[in-house]
Each structure stands twice: as C-alpha cells, then as structure tokens.
Design a protein around this ligand. Structure first.
Ligand SMILES: Nc1ncnc2c1ncn2[C@@H]1O[C@H](COP(=O)(O)OP(=O)(O)OP(=O)(O)O)[C@@H](O)[C@H]1O
Length: 231
C-alpha cells in the first residue's frame, strides 16, 4: 500500500505550550482513520497542520513523498480537503456553491454528476435553486460536503462535521463519504466524539491525549482493548 501522507516527528508549540508532541504516523491511500481523544488534545491542530493552515515547530509532513510546504497552499487544499462542523456556503444559492468546483477546475458543469450526488444526499434537483438560508443545518452540511467532493480531493479531513446533526443527517453524511471511498478510493480522516460513528467508519484509530499519540492501530484492536478497559 502506498503512503499518501506521512507525519514525521511533528511537534507544535504555541505560546510556550506544547500542543503536539512528536507525532509520527503514516496514512495509506484509501485509509479510514478516526481521530479521537479528549477536548484540547490537539485533534483540530493536527488537521490545521495537514491543511497548511499552520506549520509545525519541528518535524515534517509529506504528501505523496513531498513536503507539504513545497506545494502551493491552494493546490494542496484541492487534494486535501478540510471540512469543519460549521460550514460556510457562499453566495446566495445552492447552485452557486455546486458550480464553484467546476469553475475552480475549469470544467463545464456536469448536471448529471451533481444530480447523482443530490440524490444520494436525499435532496431533490430543485434544491439547486434554493437560497442557502432556506436550508436546514443538515442540508447545508450535505451541500458543503458535495461541494468538496466535486473538487475530487484525494484526502478529506472531517472535523466533527456531524456533531450538530441528528441521526438521519449523520447517516446521510456518512453514506456520501463511504460511497466516495468505494468509487474513488478517497482517503478519510475524521475527528469525532461519537463512538458509534468511529465504529461505523474507522478502519484505524489515532487516539490523542494531551498532544501525544496514546493509541495508533486498527479500530478492531482499539475497540477490543477499550472494551477490556471499560469492563
Ligand atoms: N491558536 C492557538 N493559540 C494557542 N493555543 C491554541 C491555539 N489553538 C489551539 N490551542 C490550544 O491547543 C490545544 C489543542 O487544541 P485543539 O483545538 O487542537 O484540540 P481538540 O482536540 O481539537 O479539542 P476539541 O475536541 O475541544 O475540539 C488546546 O490546549 C488549545 O487551547
């Protein structure tokens, strides 16, 4: 299996506080990695590093064997897409958001593809004409995810994207992601506080505690060890 991304001895210090200590792990193409750990353990900081929003104090991050600092940030962010709990739809209508990826990629909009994603997300084609503000939080989150997927990233970083959603919306978001993994070998890293979600989606678990890796391995091992600890 090819390592699509690698963190090598990452350290992050901010205001004299060590936020991440010596983080090393490799991400294989097609992986599905759940990142869990207590509040303040550094999960979002790790994503911000992987997306070139901040730089490590020490260590290096490689994407396809090349230091991410050697990529233009916008170029890297097309391949490594970062989606937050609080989504930002821009402009006025849903259509503007779903046509944006085609402008970015300099391609003609493919309404067949758009319709397909809307169908999967349980949204009708008429949603395109709706104003962003006319959508529920769950619908906005689905549109934001579709907008990201239309850019055809190789990796997506989902930072608690379903934390504010109900079960139905959560499962729709999960389905969009898992279908994309099957169809395009998408690599998934997701932060969650939801154990059931981690069990449903993760093949591997990275557990952070106070900025250090406390567990890194298969989800099966993690949940069987955790089960023993909880007994
Ligand atoms: N810009 C910053 N400047 C200084 N300290 C920061 C900054 N951003 C985050 N921190 C600190 O870094 C630590 C890790 O924060 P981070 O948001 O990465 O944790 P997290 O695991 O994502 O937490 P949560 O689960 O609550 O979202 C915290 O102690 C936080 O206060």
């Amino acid at each position: 299996m090819m390592n699509i991304m690698e963190c090598k001895n990452i350290q992050l210090i901010k205001n004299n506080q060590t936020i991440l200590h010596d983080i090393s792990f490799s991400i294989e193409a097609g992986d599905s990695i759940g990142i869990i750990g207590p509040s303040g353990s550094g999960k979002s900081s790790l994503f911000r590093l992987l997306n070139l929003l901040i730089s490590p104090t020490q260590g290096e991050i490689l994407y396809k064997n090349r230091n991410i600092r050697d990529y233009a940030p916008m170029e890297l962010r097309r391949s490594v897409s970062y989606i937050l709990q609080k989504t930002y739809l821009f402009g006025t209508t849903v259509q503007e958001n779903l046509l944006y990826p085609y402008q970015l990629l300099n391609q003609k909009p493919d309404f067949h593809v758009i319709r397909n994603y809307l169908d999967k997300a349980n949204l009708s084609i008429n949603t395109l004409e709706k104003k962003n503000t006319a959508l529920s939080g769950g619908e906005q989150q689905r549109i934001a995810l579709i907008r990201s997927l239309l850019i055809k990233p190789e990796i997506i970083l989902l930072d608690e994207v379903t934390a504010a959603l109900d079960e139905e919306n959560t499962l729709l978001i999960e389905k969009l992601v898992t279908d994309e993994q099957e169809a395009h070998h998408l690599t998934l890293l997701f932060v969650t506080h939801n154990t059931s979600q981690a069990k449903r989606l993760a093949k591997k678990i990275l557990y952070l505690d106070a900025g250090a890796i406390d567990f890194w391995g298969t989800a099966a091992d993690y949940f069987s060890l955790k089960g023993e600890r909880d007994e």
